[in-house]
Design a protein around this ligand. Structure first.
Ligand SMILES: [Fe+2]
Ligand SMILES: [Fe+2]
Length: 474
């Protein structure tokens, strides 16, 4: 179905045919806009940005590019087309018809899943609010704003479901999504990663590479849901999400490339010398990765989880790419899990597969993360250096699951508290590292120019040159 831009709220779900729903969403819209002005990207009331806007939900050619006044961006409600005769793909209701309405017995659980996903979307906009003031180039500034408007739209996607399917409770939850704020001591965002400040662009690229990738896997799991409107919503969100990970992965790749240039110019791998020349040494990049990946791993939930088992059994949330598995019931299979044995070692526990669904999705996520690492390591290898960037062990620095509160090094070796205290600055960013990275964050806005710590991208946006004026600052 094509997207109707003539209505106050652009949509492809014919909200005009449901006046009550339309009124409720039109009531929420000014609250959203007020939130965007107060909590969205700073100082952008009269900024024009070269943005893509969704114009259809077809895989080919779904977006339009053009200069848009950011404050006038048209956020809307877009669902992927329904798949006729779609059947439930996993769990106890396997093979039955999918649901167009929320079954009463799953109402509160589904609402919780939607609210939790919805909460992350505006949270990331809040986290990234000030980054525009220290962007490394206009190209990057444009990408930041593109990610921000799309996260705003993802909030719309979840709010539509709440309004359309959860009555008054849903409308109240939609309001709450605008009153919790990232890092707020009274009303923080629901998940801890989304309360971490993102004050520099190295963190931003790590976040879009690794935290948005968690988003990808959550959306993939929800795209399997038996509740069809949720599945269709998430399927379309995934097409937008791909760009966010591109921003992160290519951003880190460009930082690595610039570091390697400086290393070869100066013929050194000494971090201090590299830093003095305004580039980011590889060990520091590794530390930021350790920080953000370990935080993202918690977002998948506990490794042994009766909630995850229930979501799977009831058909509410599947595994990412459910079709790639052969067994969709998982009633008599098991999963081998590494757990701390409480005496400084590791023990294996056999758990029912359904209880290990979070771990299964987490493992798929880690495998997906490796793709970017391979590319960065290839460029390090080609430049003739031995260091390799590496994902931290899924035991490292966890606050959720069996490994919560257990000290390990990034390789997953169990250590005591004293060693952790002594060595943590080798593994995650120290205050000195953070201060150094912050010192690099000077705004560069001359078209085509890049900050000294990052290489230019390989190409511009939508076939435009790299020095195109992607953002008109007022
Ligand atoms: Fe999102
Ligand atoms: Fe995203």
């Amino acid at each position: 179905m094509t997207i109707n831009y003539s209505e106050r709220i652009p949509n492809n779900v014919d909200i005009g045919s449901n006046p009550t729903l339309q009124r409720a969403l039109e009531h929420w819209q000014p609250h959203f806009l007020q939130w965007w002005r107060e909590m969205g990207p700073s100082d952008t009331a009269s900024t024009d940005v070269y943005l893509r806007t969704a114009v259809s939900v077809e895989t080919k050619g779904w977006a339009n590019y053009g200069m848009v006044k950011m404050a006038d961006y048209r956020w809307g409600i877009f669902l992927a087309d329904a798949q006729p005769e779609r059947k439930i793909g996993f769990g106890d209701h396997y093979g039955a018809a999918v649901w167009q309405q929320v079954p009463g017995e799953y109402r509160s659980t589904l609402r919780r899943l939607i609210v939790t996903q919805g909460d992350t979307e505006p949270a990331s906009v809040e986290q990234q609010r000030l980054l525009g003031l220290c962007c490394p180039s206009l190209y990057d500034l444009r990408n930041l704003f593109q990610v921000n408007v799309e996260e705003g739209r993802h909030l719309w996607a979840m709010v539509y479901l709440l309004h359309a399917h959860f009555g008054r409770d849903g409308r109240e939850e939609a309001e709450e999504l605008l009153t919790r704020h990232s890092g707020d001591s009274d009303k923080p965002r629901i998940l801890s990663t989304f309360n971490e400040p993102i004050e520099d662009w190295l963190s931003f690229f790590m976040f879009t590479c690794f935290t948005d990738r968690d988003g990808k896997f959550q959306l993939k799991s929800l795209a399997e849901s038996s509740f069809d409107p949720l599945a269709r919503t998430c399927r379309f969100m995934l097409t937008e999400e791909a760009h966010h990970m591109f921003v992160g992965e290519s951003g880190i790749g460009r930082i690595v490339r610039r570091t390697l240039e400086v290393m070869s110019e100066l013929k050194t791998d000494n971090p201090e010398t590299i830093r003095r020349h305004g580039a980011i040494d590889l060990p520091t990049i590794q530390k930021y990765m350790n920080f953000w990946v370990s935080s993202a791993l918690d977002l998948f939930g506990a490794d042994i989880s009766s909630n995850a088992a229930a979501h799977f059994a009831n058909g509410l949330k599947g595994r990412a790419d459910e079709a790639s598995y052969s067994d969709h019931l998982c009633v008599d299979t098991t999963f081998e899990l590494d757990k701390p044995n409480g005496k400084g070692g590791v023990t294996q526990e056999t758990v029912a597969m359904r209880n290990a669904i979070n771990e299964v999705i987490r493992n798929a996520y880690l495998k997906d993360c490796e793709v970017g690492l391979k590319r960065w390591n290839k460029s390090i290898e080609t430049a003739g250096h031995d260091l390799r960037l590496k994902l931290p062990s899924s035991r490292f620095r966890r606050i959720v699951g069996s490994w919560a509160g257990q000290h390990t090094d990034p390789d997953g070796r169990v250590i005591d508290a004293a060693e952790w205290d002594r060595r943590r600055d080798e593994w995650i960013p120290s205050p000195t590292d953070r201060a150094f990275i912050k010192s690099l964050m000077q705004r560069v806005v001359e078209p085509g120019k890049m900050a000294a710590w990052i290489a230019p991208p390989e190409r511009g946006i939508n076939n435009l040159p790299i020095d195109y004026e992607y953002v008109h600052l007022a």
